[in-house]
Write a protein that binds this ligand. Structure first.
Ligand code: PLP
Length: 479
């Protein structure tokens, strides 16, 4: 155990003892969560384990300070320490990703995307309108001018990857505000290969002429060529926005470089900080100098006061991501995903796109005669935590699904290697081959309906326990 972990271990024990004096149920739930995370094989592609210094930075009095505004321009007095925090976070983000500008205030990925969308609208629609009218800001507009501008906001178009191809709901999906504020169309993947079809994206862009072309995904197991996306955006005059929430760690760790690195190609790049980047829950927006002034108005455009303690934790995580150790980690994440994919393929399972070249493996469980929901539950009964996910043109829809999405970032943080991931594939196939769907009339109402052959779940659970014991989470942390 490192000295840092040792010191923080006793600090956490003391903190939770103090919390227990105020509300024991919260102290208990916090301790129980550690036990659960230690004892489960976490393959959820969007989750990770932040370092103890990152976790510790979240729990401080920086949380108590209001600091609406930007560095050096706050609407509250006494923000000098928050200025330092935000400055350091932005500096690390710029230097790590090579971006011209970074904004560390968004509280989450969804907030980062909302900030980006409105910043693009402000830059592309509002600013030219103000310039035409010779005005400085919207408060100087007459009611009529304001109504004209509001109508223009509502006329704008966006294209993004469809949800069943692996896109995120903030990329124009109707139930999300992105699908309500923009006229929206989506691009899918090639029906044969499951791969992104750049010609189809270009054809859609030519026909629909979007203001915003969104690239990025939550469940697509391949890399994207952002130079090609840039060409498409340029041809139709669209702003290229890349949401790298899922693969930011692979960009930070220089696994994705050249055309696969979105930062040199996109106008605006958004991310979460808690997935493959292994930081605290939060969002980040990066942009070119051209878009920077609009992004900088995220507060009050769509955000309230920044969460200073979270920006501090982002700064610590970004500092970690600038190390050689993190580069090795990121490469291991990608290598482990390949080992996991190969483990499934050699045992006859079908993977969407036939493999992976990022951190995600998308397993099609229909070949086992199961829905994603049944597979997810049977795996959970065996100690394997995954999430069900649609596959392209999913016959089972978004609730039951036909897929299971798997990711390697979390277990790689625990030190799992390629052999461990091959073993995980073996164990998962054992569960899925020994799970039978149960017809609706005999299953329990409201539950996924399936049965697992006797002894399989217990056998797999003890095999996963062995793997977990060999790679302890936060070793030495005793609560
Ligand atoms: N963008 C992508 C691509 C995501 O996968 C996610 C989360 O799953 C988000 C945005 C939203 O992030 P958050 O949950 O922090 O709002």
């Amino acid at each position: 155990m490192s000295e840092t972990n040792q010191n923080l271990s006793s600090a956490y024990k003391t903190i939770l003892d103090e919390v227990a004096k105020v509300e024991p149920r919260i102290a208990d739930a916090t301790r129980a969560e550690l036990t659960d995370q230690r004892g489960s094989l976490k393959l959820i592609a969007s989750e990770n384990y932040a370092s103890l210094p990152v976790l510790a930075t979240m729990g401080t009095w920086l949380s108590d300070k209001y600091a609406e505004g930007t560095v050096g321009h706050r609407f509250y007095a006494g923000c000098q320490n928050v200025d330092t925090v935000e400055d350091v976070a932005a500096e690390h983000a710029r230097e790590l990703f090579g971006s011209e500008y970074a904004y560390a205030q968004p509280h989450s990925g969804i907030d980062a995307n909302l900030t980006a969308f409105w910043a693009i609208l402000a830059h592309r629609i509002e600013q030219p309108e103000l310039a035409d009218l010779g005005l400085k800001n919207v408060n100087q507009m007459t009611e009529e001018q304001w109504e004209t501008l509001r109508r223009k906001f509502g006329e704008q178009r966006l294209i993004g990857m469809s949800l069943d191809a692996g896109g995120h709901l903030t990329h124009g999906f109707r139930p999300n505000i992105s699908g309500k504020m923009f006229h929206q169309r989506s691009y899918g993947t090639d029906p044969e290969t499951g791969l992104l079809d750049y010609d189809a994206v270009a054809a859609l862009a030519r026909e629909f002429k979007p203001l915003v072309l969104v690239a990025g995904y939550s469940a697509y197991p391949r890399r994207i060529n952002f130079a090609k996306m840039r060409e498409i955006a340029d041809e139709v005059g669209a702003t290229l926005m890349v949401d790298m929430a899922h693969f930011a760690g692979l960009v930070a760790g220089k696994v994705f470089t050249g055309d696969e690195d979105p930062v040199p190609h996109a106008d605006v790049v958004t991310t979460t900080t808690h997935k493959s980047l292994r930081g605290p829950r939060g969002g980040l927006v990066m942009a070119t100098e051209e878009y920077a002034p609009s992004v900088d108005r995220g507060c009050p455009l769509v955000l309230g006061g920044p969460l200073s303690h979270m920006m501090a934790a982002k700064a610590v995580a970004l500092a970690e991501a600038r190390t050689e150790t993190f580069r090795t980690y990121a490469q291991n994440v990608a290598d482990n995903a390949k080992a996991l994919a190969e483990g499934f393929l050699k045992r006859g399972a079908r993977l969407v796109t036939g493999g992976t070249d990022n951190h995600i493996v998308l397993l099609d469980v229909s070949g086992f005669g199961l829905t994603g929901r049944q597979a997810e539950s049977a795996l959970l009964d065996s100690g394997v935590v995954t999430n069900r996910n649609s596959i392209p043109n999913d016959p089972n829809g978004a609730w039951y699904t036909s897929g299971i999405r798997l990711g390697t970032p979390a277990l790689t943080s625990r030190g799992f290697g390629a052999d461990d991931f091959d073993r995980i594939a073996e164990l998962m196939v054992e569960v899925l081959q020994n799970t039978e769907p149960v017809t609706a009339s005999t299953g329990k109402p409201g539950k996924a309906k399936y049965t697992i052959a006797d002894g399989v779940a217990d056998r797999v659970q003890s095999a996963t326990d062995e793997l977990l014991d060999a790679h302890p989470l936060y070793p030495g942390l005793e609560l």
